[in-house]
Design a protein around this ligand. Structure first.
Ligand SMILES: [Mg+2]
Length: 300
């Protein structure tokens, strides 16, 4: 049978073990989850109290008070250190990748070049890109040939063997290493083109997964940070940052930053990162606005 003083010692020892051990599960949780829900204020005030208990134990010469609070102080300090390390090294959010949407016709694929060849073959003309500036083929040919000119686009296989625009494959491949790249084609304008366009994209840009190919009508529905497109009409509907890809029919357009080829797209989207700037829309916005020759450019 224990005496009263012995019971008091047992109760005190068990209490000290419990209050000290209470921090062990919290340390395990902090290791796994980072301790985001723990307040530095609470931990530091608690640690201050523990230090005062240590001083109190020293003044009293009480070894149990001293040892239990030293153990508690070490556990609280470890918790604070783990929380700080986790927040600094593990919990830091990964930099978001820029989402870049790219048009197909006149940006990746030279559909205008083939359209001109087919028109000239059909009507025995010598139409070239200089003739179709501003109005495109259909707006530049005699009215009685407009329907026939458009019908050339409906020919089976028209979009299957297009030439790719110079520099497009290399630059888009480079973009995929740092950005989420989507191909957004207004294929609804020529609904018969779906299969040919898809097959062409898979053949020429096999590194773009099918899930990143979007056939649509209005690119205002495309949720991306940047749209590279030759169509001012689509860029005007887009909610993100527009880049007008230079084409004969858009030379008069002055509302959007203009990229005269893929080398300029590469400089706009990849050079800021190459110089160490953060990978973010802010960086790209800054790059765009810092290129006066590309901002609100005049026609060529
Ligand atoms: Mg286009």
């Amino acid at each position: 049978m224990l005496s009263a003083p012995s019971w008091i010692a047992v109760v005190g020892t068990v209490a000290a073990l419990f209050t000290t051990a209470a921090f062990v599960p919290q340390i395990v949780k902090t290791c796994k989850q980072g301790g985001r829900d723990l307040s530095y204020g609470m931990l530091l005030v608690f640690l201050s109290g523990v230090l005062l208990w240590i001083a109190y134990g020293l003044m009293l010469g009480s070894r149990p008070v001293l040892l239990s609070n030293v153990a508690t102080g070490l556990l609280v300090s470890l918790n604070i250190a783990l929380k700080w390390w986790h927040e600094r090294n593990v919990s830091a959010p990964a930099p978001s990748r820029l989402r870049v949407a790219i048009d197909m016709d006149e940006v990746l694929a030279d559909s205008l070049g083939k359209h001109l060849r087919r028109y000239n073959d059909t009507f025995g003309t010598a139409l070239d890109t200089a003739h179709v500036e501003r109005h495109g083929i259909e707006g530049s040919v005699p009215p009685e040939r407009r329907a026939a000119a458009f019908a050339l686009l409906l020919e089976p296989g028209f979009f299957r063997d297009l030439e790719s625009i110079e520099g497009s494959v290399e630059t888009v491949r480079a973009l995929t290493e740092r950005c989420d790249v989507f191909i957004a084609s207004a294929a609804m304008e020529v609904p018969t083109s779906f299969a040919d366009k898809y097959a062409w994209l898979r053949e020429r840009f096999p590194f773009i997964p099918p899930s990143n190919i979007v056939f649509c009508g209005d690119k205002g529905v495309v949720e991306a940070d940047v749209l590279v497109d030759d169509s001012p009409r689509q860029l005007a509907r887009f909610q993100g940052r527009p880049i007008l890809f230079d084409a004969p029919h858009n030379r008069h357009e002055t509302r959007f930053p203009r990229a005269r080829g893929w080398a300029e797209v590469r400089r706009l989207l990849l050079e800021p990162e190459a110089q160490g700037a953060p990978r973010s829309m802010a960086a790209t916005s800054s790059a765009l606005s810092s290129k006066p020759e590309l901002a609100r450019s005049s026609s060529m």
